[in-house]
Write a protein that binds this ligand. Structure first.
Ligand code: ADP
Ligand code: MG
Length: 342
């Protein structure tokens, strides 16, 4: 038997990207950053442009039995805007490509676009093009976003320095818990279509899953307060996984504190109801689309009173590892479980 077949699951999504990246070389001096951050960075004279793309597939990234098309459209834009925000840049234009099976009507595509247009208005961006094609299996949406910033404002994953403060916006784990609830209610419905799903009690967590909002508000506040994060990434795969990206890119160690992790009350209670550990959800749940960043200690006073920014730890020496101090004071190694696609 031939042995030269490697399963993608053996190396994982990030291992695969690393492998592909080894064969790619940058030729143009205007390419300031290629693969390896939330968005590429391109020299455009006075400013730099940032460029990112994301692909959403029906049945993998969304389930139309509980995700309304408007929300899918909004989310497809928001996840791209979140990557632009993670570079500390302002989104300006998107292209939208869709593939549709004959299950979809004109009205369905209009519903999808009402969400896309609502997001474009919300984030102040223009839809400037795209592509439309047929699909054999459901709906596929691919959005590419372009943003703008001053070169000195760009926040890479690689800029975290010793003793910088690690910050995260909003709260964590909600989108994962919301997904579990939506899946549970779907199974209940499939088993008994007369049962009406009771989702009101879970309104916050389900909204976190179905209609995430990229944190452009925080980027505008950075501008107002004169703060440039030393490093930044958005939380799409889970806090622990994103901390590992910052640690690797910055050659840094990480120390975070369990009691500082922001978890919403409904997320906490619903996790417990589902038999999940809320801390594990906060560390490894995906799709929160919050911002994880580091700041120099001199900037702490500017952000200290912000109601939606949480200070969860600090950057340590690489040899100190990536650890969490638990509520009881025990030091445990962080694991980057993340969101498993393969
Ligand atoms: P994010 O979660 O921020 O969208 P990803 O983990 O998807 O980032 O991707 C990490 C980096 O790898 C990014 O720079 C992205 O552009 C790049 N990348 C992902 N898939 C591919 C691919 N198939 N070919 C080239 N670059 C890729
Ligand atoms: Mg990202």
């Amino acid at each position: 038997m031939s042995k030269d077949r490697t399963e993608i699951s053996d190396i994982g999504e990030f291992g695969l990207i690393d492998l592909l990246n080894q064969k790619i070389s940058i030729k143009n001096p205007s390419t300031l950053k290629g693969i390896g951050d939330d968005a590429a960075v391109i020299d455009a004279g006075e400013h730099v442009k940032v460029l990112t793309t994301d692909l959403l597939l029906e049945g993998v990234h969304f389930d139309l039995s509980y995700a309304p098309l408007q929300h899918v459209g909004f989310k497809a834009v928001a996840v791209n805007v979140s990557d632009i925000a993670a570079m500390n840049a302002i989104p300006k234009q998107i292209t939208v490509s869709i593939a549709l099976s004959n299950r979809f009507s004109v009205e369905a595509v209009e519903a999808l676009y009402s969400g896309i247009n609502a997001a474009a208005t919300h984030y102040g961006i223009d839809v400037v093009g795209g592509d439309t094609t047929a699909s054999r299996s459901g709906l596929l949406i691919s959005i590419t976003a372009i943003g703008e910033a001053k070169k000195e404002d760009i926040a890479y994953r690689s800029g975290a320095k010793l003793n910088d403060i690690i910050c995260v916006t909003g709260d964590l784990g909600g989108a994962l818990v919301g997904l579990q609830i939506l899946e549970r209610e779907k199974q209940v419905y499939l088993a008994n279509p007369d049962m009406k799903p009771e989702l009101e009690k879970y309104n916050y967590v389900t909204a976190r899953q179905l209609k995430p909002d990229a944190r452009m508000d925080i980027i505008h506040e950075f501008r107002d307060l004169g703060v440039v994060p030393t490093s930044m990434i958005d939380v799409s795969d889970g806090l622990a996984s994103e901390l590992f990206h910052i640690a690797k890119a910055s050659s840094a160690g990480i120390t975070i504190y369990e009691d500082k992790l922001p978890i919403d009350k409904q997320t906490y209670e619903t996790a417990v109801e589902l038999g999940l550990d809320p801390i594990t959800c906060a560390l490894n749940g995906g799709e929160d689309y919050e911002l994880l960043f580091t700041i120099d200690q001199k900037d702490f006073a500017k952000l200290e009173k912000h109601p939606d920014i949480h200070f969860i730890g600090y950057i340590s020496k690489p040899e100190e590892g990536k650890v969490m101090v638990t509520k009881s004071g025990t030091v445990v190694n962080l694991k980057a479980q993340g969101w498993k696609h393969f």
